[in-house]
Design a protein around this ligand. Structure first.
Ligand code: HAM
Length: 440
């Protein structure tokens, strides 16, 4: 019987692994230069952690199981509940603001499709312990700093920003009781993901009268440069909504000060699917064929208390290797070297056919000095070995041949320029990448 990878999962052959590492390295580099510290947690948690905290959407996509101790467990579908649980456990001793990032392997039992798999790697960066709008700006900047790092322009990827508290204040003023908001958000989040007739049906099930539905539809139309002004008109006299509009205006000014305003637009239709968001929410979209969100995040005010911690506000975002690589490939932004899985510095060649012990001594010393040194099990046939060295992308070939037999000298060939020099064994091993101090 032949086995293959389960649908929605991937095998990472060395080239795929190099590409995965390339993107994870970029996420780490950007996180660290923005002052974030790395953390991780277990790959499975109590099912209950996600049941109450993530909301219906994610819970229906959980891989869960019962262990031998009858505990109900789930493989993590997202990182935020784990982050909240970890921070809640040590809240008193952690200096604030807490700026942490992680690149967990996540599993969601969703239907595999373009940009969505059942197992993926998701970069998360969160700022917890403050509700300052400066943190909103800094967190959003981090994801845009990554866009710039990989060469994505505002024409290729944009970020749509809204606020759940703004939406909540407007809904409440229109007679939608707060206990109805969560189900309304869940449906609104599906607006662009479902066929229009299915969406309409779902909306009807939570917002019953046509008047309410058209009111809601009209409200979430506001977007773009004039969108905030339009909403300000709707919000006139509504203190909570006005305060949130001011906060959003300040956020856009801060993003402009950081030089990333071109990526950002206001969009009232962004509500996000997860249950815990309470403040600013945002989603990124590529301007290519992929229609799904490429990143998403927002502010959560109650998540820490829900997992037994003190009241602490936080915000963060997630984005995955699947969507990012799809987008980068589409725009030709994935450099060829991203897929290089082996970086050979020196290929040490036994050209004489009987010098294995010398070759292995050189290889061992080079490796001890931190260089990647390779050799072939094939002895002799210089031409074939040089070809193999070039094929592996080796920078230098170190040839143990006639010169070594005659005068203990090595021929060191720069495979980039073709230049070849003769070096004594001692001088070469003392400084392999340097120029020969003296020819032997
Ligand atoms: P999310 O919207 O569920 O948010 O996921 C964030 C991003 O993860 C998506 O925009 C997409 O790029 C990627 N993603 C989600 N599901 C899949 C999948 N099945 N396959 C590939 N990529 C996927 C969260 O997960 C929040 N916990 C993010 C967050 C962090 N909020 C605050 N802090």
């Amino acid at each position: 019987m032949k086995y293959h990878a389960v649908k929605g999962t991937r095998d990472f052959y060395p080239r795929d692994m190099a590409i995965r590492n390339w993107i994870v390295d970029a996420w780490r580099r950007v996180s660290l230069r923005n002052g974030f510290e790395e953390y991780d947690g277990p790959i499975f948690e109590y099912l209950d952690l996600f049941r109450a905290k993530s909301g219906e959407g994610i819970v229906s996509e959980l891989f869960h199981f019962t262990d031998r101790g009858e505990r109900e467990l789930a493989i993590r579908p997202e990182m935020t509940p784990t982050l909240a649980r970890m921070i809640a456990a040590q809240a008193a001793s952690l200096p604030r603001p807490i700026k942490w990032f992680s690149v967990p392997r996540l599993c969601r039992a969703e239907r595999p499709q373009r940009g969505r798999l059942r197992e993926f790697f998701q970069w998360n960066a969160d700022i917890v312990g403050t509700d300052d709008v400066l943190a909103d700006a800094e967190c959003i900047f981090v994801v845009l700093d990554f866009f710039r790092e990989v060469g994505l322009t505002p024409q290729q990827a944009t970020l749509k920003i809204n606020s759940r508290s703004l939406l909540a204040a407007l809904l409440a003023a229109r007679g939608f009781a707060p206990d109805r908001h969560a189900e309304i958000y869940t449906v609104l989040d599906k607006r662009d993901k479902l066929p229009p007739e299915v969406y309409a049906e779902k909306l009807e099930s939570v917002v019953r009268t046509p008047a309410e539905r058209s009111d809601l539809e009209c409200m979430i139309q506001a977007h773009g440069a004039g969108g905030l002004d339009e909403v300000a008109e709707l919000a006139r006299g509504n203190e909570a909504a006005e305060a949130e509009i001011e906060r959003l205006r300040e956020l856009f000014k801060l993003l402009a000060a950081m030089g990333v305003a071109d990526y950002c637009t206001f969009d009232m239709s962004i509500v996000r699917g997860l249950a815990y968001y309470t403040g600013v929410v945002f989603e990124g979209f590529g301007q290519g064929a992929l229609r799904r969100a490429i990143c998403g995040g927002g502010r959560y005010d109650q998540l820490l208390t829900v997992v037994g911690g003190p009241p602490m506000s936080g915000l963060g975002f997630g984005t995955s290797d699947v969507v990012m690589l799809d987008l980068l490939n589409e725009f030709g932004l994935l450099p060829a070297e991203a897929g290089v899985s082996k970086h050979v510095d020196f290929q040490v060649i036994d050209a004489a056919g009987d010098q294995s012990h010398v070759v292995l001594r050189i290889v061992a010393e080079l490796r001890r000095a931190g260089h990647c040194a390779e050799f072939s099990y094939r002895r002799g046939n210089l031409g074939k070995q040089l070809k193999q060295a070039a094929g592996q992308g080796a920078k230098w070939a170190v040839i143990v041949g006639d010169e070594y037999r005659q005068r203990q000298a090595l021929a060191v060939k720069n495979l980039g320029t073709g230049e070849q020099v003769e070096r004594s064994m001692d001088s070469f091993l003392a400084d392999p990448v340097g120029q020969p101090a003296a020819t032997p």
